[in-house]
Write a protein that binds this ligand. Structure first.
Ligand SMILES: Cc1cc2nc3c(=O)[nH]c(=O)nc-3n(C[C@H](O)[C@H](O)[C@H](O)COP(=O)(O)O)c2cc1C
Length: 179
């Protein structure tokens, strides 16, 4: 799709509702929404499972709820859903390698990864900035993803404090980094 400049609106229009939907444009536009990066994990039959996830939001204070959106293509998510609980470990700026490892589908991602069990037994990733341990409360269908709600049962912050790993325009970033 050819980008066109609108003098009136002063921004670049790359997709319009009256044109065929362009997935790459959609990804590019939504890629401007910078987020943190998390690993969503659980224990299924004593085996730790998890995947890299950015679609994490704080949803409700009373009761304490968070939401995230696993893709229907995720192989870890059905296993996590079966376990009925999950932990969201918020990655710190030095954990991009972990994020890359957990963004690969399947296999044993936990070899050599330091973790400890949260209240639900789900893995809390060592060195993460913060973590939220949840019981799975609801799964809602959402196109090629699901929207998942978790009730927070335990949470914490890493002792070292530190800064978050960010994801912006398809790249891992550190706060304040340019380019
Ligand atoms: C920064 C980043 C954010 C991601 N966020 C999500 C997400 O919110 N939901 C999702 O299902 N997959 C997300 N993914 C993709 C999964 O991590 C990836 O598809 C992974 O291979 C799934 O592994 P699995 O098949 O073992 O579950 C993200 C990947 C990256 C690199």
């Amino acid at each position: 799709m050819v980008a066109s400049w609108s003098a009136r609106r002063l921004f670049c229009i790359v997709a319009r509702l009256d044109e065929p939907f362009d997935v790459e444009s959609f990804k590019r536009v939504m890629g401007c929404f910078a987020t943190g990066v998390a690993i969503v994990s659980s224990i299924e039959d004593a085996v730790p499972v998890g995947f890299t996830c950015q679609s994490v939001v704080s949803l409700s204070l009373d009761p304490p709820l968070i939401a995230l959106a696993p893709a229907k293509s995720s192989t870890s998510w059905p296993r996590i859903a079966r376990a009925g609980s999950f932990c969201v470990s918020v990655l710190s700026e030095g954990q991009a390698e972990l994020a890359r490892r957990f963004a690969v589908s399947g296999g044993d991602k936990f070899t050599g990864v330091e973790w400890s069990p949260g209240a639900t037994g789900a893995p809390v990733i060592a060195g993460s900035l913060a973590w939220v341990d949840c019981h799975l409360e609801l799964i809602h269908d959402a196109g090629d993803h699901e929207i998942v709600m978790g009730r927070v049962v335990e949470m914490g912050e890493g002792e070292a404090g530190g800064l978050p790993l960010l994801y912006f325009r398809s790249s891992y970033r550190r706060m304040g980094e340019r380019g």
